[in-house]
Design a protein around this ligand. Structure first.
Ligand SMILES: Nc1ncnc2c1ncn2[C@@H]1O[C@H](COP(=O)(O)OP(=O)(O)O)[C@@H](O)[C@H]1O
Ligand SMILES: [Mg+2]
Length: 334
């Protein structure tokens, strides 16, 4: 049995494990996402085995790199992101009910001194979430927005202890290189103000932090329902950051202009319902009012990242420009 299989057996209590399809490789070949079957575990099994997905990263050898990584911000961000993902599955994921389904954690392990991680999750394909999409229709978009609304409702007011204090992979504080690379101008000058406005919002929840279409798993059986994966950048935040980024991941500029109002209304309808279901005493009109006002700030914040990371990116278009401009004008007036 190879080392990975031994680790999986040790942490999950399985008698044996059979590795299957490699879904993708991670972090310059230091990791892999792979299907596997666990044998001899007392869990909901399909036949005599439990189908799982393993997210495995081992940078312990790479860490011997003499150049050192202590000062490498992108390296540190990634290391932290895997710790955060493991923590999310261990301490938060159980709160996610059917309306914001996530994989169930079977076992997780961290190699000492940030050397690597093994996360063993139930395979969502066997729960009916076996479709992945590049192109989405209205029903798919609604299913994802409904997932986001329920996720935000579930964690409304959560302190995000041991997750990112500010969620999303583009958060300003973690992206100094991209900020430095931006050309001078109003967006660069206002980057800190935009970030502050979002962080100082009264209503905060947990944001997924990378809620693009590729991180949702769709179900043919129930097209109104999706599950989500990839919690490396989950942390405290205003839900609009997920909504704006999700819209940027699947709508053209024309469609975003056309559908913005109806999609926001759909999202807030789901959020209201999800909070009521949880007997939340939150002042919903005040929450909706604040978050609607922050929707353009969430776009501007993401555009700030894109402008430094990939200035010609297709997501920087007339829709995102116009929204960003509207935010910058507000700062100029004040
Ligand atoms: N538990 C799971 N069940 C089914 N599919 C999964 C599961 N976890 C990940 N996947 C699939 O693997 C892909 C990559 O996983 P993800 O955690 O997003 O890795 P990365 O950080 O490289 O994006 C996902 O987009 C999804 O299609
Ligand atoms: Mg992913």
């Amino acid at each position: 049995m190879n080392t990975l299989c031994k680790t999986i057996c040790r942490i999950s209590g399985a008698e044996s494990v059979e590795l299957g399809e490699v879904i993708q490789s991670l972090w310059s070949g230091y990791g892999v996402i792979q299907r596997a079957d666990l044998y001899g575990v007392e869990r909901r099994s399909v036949g005599d085995s439990v189908p799982v997905v393993i997210k495995h990263i081992d940078i312990s050898h790479a860490r011997a790199n003499p150049r050192g990584w202590a000062s490498d911000i992108s390296h540190q961000r990634k290391v932290r992101s895997y710790q955060v993902e493991k923590t999310f599955y261990e301490l938060f994921s159980e709160q996610c009910e059917q309306e914001c389904q996530v994989p169930e954690l079977i076992a997780a392990d961290e190699i000492e001194d940030e050397g690597g991680w093994v996360i063993v999750l139930t395979d969502l394909n066997f729960l009916g979430f076996d479709s992945r999409k590049n192109h989405v229709d209205q029903q798919d978009i609604h299913a994802c927005l409904s997932w986001l609304a329920n996720f935000h409702a579930t964690f409304m007011g959560n302190a995000a202890t041991r997750l990112w204090p500010v969620g999303t992979y583009w958060h300003l504080e973690t992206r100094p290189d991209e900020l430095a690379a931006m050309s001078d101008g109003a967006l660069k000058n206002s980057a800190g103000l935009i970030d502050r406005r979002l962080n100082e919002a009264t209503y905060q929840s947990l944001v997924h932090g990378d809620a693009k279409v590729a991180n949702f798993c769709f179900s043919k059986r129930d097209p109104s329902c999706v599950a989500a994966v990839d919690f490396q950048y989950v942390g405290r935040g205003c839900g609009m950051k997920d909504v704006a980024y999700f819209i940027s991941s699947c709508l053209s500029e024309q469609a975003a202009v056309r559908q913005q109002d109806s999609l926001l209304s759909f999202y807030f309808g789901k959020l209201r319902f999800a909070l009521a279901k949880r007997n939340s005493e939150i002042n919903f009109p005040a929450l909706e009012c604040e978050w609607r006002e922050l929707y353009p700030y969430a776009w501007a914040d993401f555009c700030r990242f894109l402008a430094g990371w990939s200035p010609g990116h297709w997501k920087l278009n007339s829709y995102s420009d116009q929204i960003t401009q509207s935010v910058l004008e507000r700062f100029e007036k004040n």
